[in-house]
Write a protein that binds this ligand. Structure first.
Ligand SMILES: *Cc1c(COP(=O)(O)O)cnc(C)c1O
Length: 397
């Protein structure tokens, strides 16, 4: 019999769609996938070279559980340079991806009886990681009217003596919302007043558009450092999703506890990837801005195309590489006798009829939406938009 712990959590809601898409591709159907959660660019050459050199030099053994001093120093340098925050080696833990950093945090910080506030739409793993730690995710809905952002008023209503933490994700996956300085200050003020932790997932910090600026919440007030856990990594900014390097920065006792969990589970993240990550963080940064320029063009195109489709309204994201259009106008329609009543039905319809794979909003605790990733070529995006427009048009008729 499986444990209650594992029975409590759900598999990734994207799996069903991914499985159908894979089947279709195997049958030779040209499915366009807009479901990817990773940049489509190759890892920059200088970073790959650093890994090759690490291999050649035989840097292929265990390292310190929480990462090498050299990488920790590079992370401290990055946090100072990009975010204006001061951290030392004892306040950094390198893990096997930012997802792993978040998992370690949930294991040392949460337990039965704790409440963890999560603004939705939210990234798929937050609620399940909280539940794995036997705490209660308190999911709070935000909408387009507030730019998909948690307001201090709403947050104040949710805080109880059991509130242990707030998980904040800016820029946000899936909405692309980027919190402004004053918005973060108001949230931080409340955290200081009520005494809960802020877990700040800043994995998309480099991917912002137009005038949008990323603010690291820990940089806003000296008093925040003891209650903040910063989470970041190289996956998204440097197109390094497969390398599995993420990190957390926070109070030394918490970081040490997370290191203990990691020491009894995964041990160190890959030695070669650690070397490559030093190059990513301290080497030339031009590849990042080139990628952002390309993403911005695609965002502009996709948002404009979606908003021109009848029945769809799409918020203009300021960051990350997803759009999150509202599609609930199509719920209640049928196609060939099949009802379409939720984001999963509509995603299945788009896959079967338009050969376009998207992720249902349900995966992000937001049933009225679907998520499309524009981390794919302009050509494919244009074809996908044409196909979607046609398929959705059939639904109206
Ligand atoms: C991709 C992603 C992560 C995790 O990235 P890793 O590859 O595990 O470093 C964390 N948070 C959000 C919101 C993400 O989209």
């Amino acid at each position: 019999m499986l444990t209650q712990r594992v029975q409590r959590i759900k598999p990734s809601a994207t799996m069903e769609i991914t499985a159908i898409a894979a089947d279709m591709r195997a049958q030779g159907i040209d499915v366009i996938s807009l479901s990817a959660g990773e940049p489509d660019f190759d890892t920059p050459e200088n970073i790959k070279q650093a890994a090759i050199q690490a291999l050649a030099e035989g840097f292929t053994k265990y390292t310190n559980v929480g990462g090498t001093d050299e990488l920790k120093d590079a992370i401290c340098l990055k946090l100072k340079r990009d975010n204006g925050v001061d951290y030392g080696r004892k306040e950094i833990l390198v893990s096997c991806g930012a997802k792993h950093s978040l998992y370690n945090i949930s294991q040392v910080l949460f337990e039965k009886g704790d409440e963890v506030i999560i603004p939705a739409p939210c990234w798929v793993s937050y609620p399940d990681q909280v539940e794995l730690a036997e705490a209660r995710p308190i999911i709070v809905e935000t909408g387009e009217a507030d730019g998909f952002k948690l307001t201090p008023d709403l947050l104040r209503q949710l805080v109880t003596p059991r509130t242990k933490a707030l998980i904040l994700n800016t820029p946000c996956n899936p909405t692309g919302a980027v919190y402004g300085r004053q918005e973060l200050e108001a949230i931080a003020e409340l955290a200081l007043e009520k005494g809960f932790y802020i877990i700040s997932d800043e994995i998309y910090e480099k991917i912002v558009y137009g005038g949008a600026v990323h603010h690291c919440i820990a940089s806003l007030d000296k008093r925040l450092k003891p209650i903040t856990l910063l989470v970041n990594g190289v996956s998204k900014a440097y197109s390094m999703t497969g390398w599995r390097i993420g990190y957390a920065a926070g109070p030394a006792p918490l970081i040490a506890a997370m290191g203990k969990i990691q020491g009894q589970s995964t041990s160190n993240p890959t030695s070669i990837s650690q070397k490559a990550s030093i190059e990513a963080l301290t080497g030339p940064q031009e590849a990042v801005s080139a990628m952002v320029v390309e993403f911005e063009k695609r965002r502009n195109y996709v948002v404009q195309r979606l908003n021109a489709m009848e029945g769809i309204s799409c918020y203009n994201p300021q960051g990350a590489f997803y759009v999150f259009p509202r599609v609930s106008r199509f719920y209640g329609f049928t196609f060939n006798g099949q009802p379409i009543s939720c984001s999963t039905d509509l995603s299945a319809y788009l896959l079967k009829e338009a050969w376009v794979a998207v992720v249902p909003g349900a995966a992000f605790e937001a049933e009225e939406f679907i998520r499309l990733s524009y981390a794919t070529s302009m050509e494919k995006l244009a074809a996908a938009m044409d196909r979607m427009e046609e398929a959705l048009g059939k639904l109206r008729g």
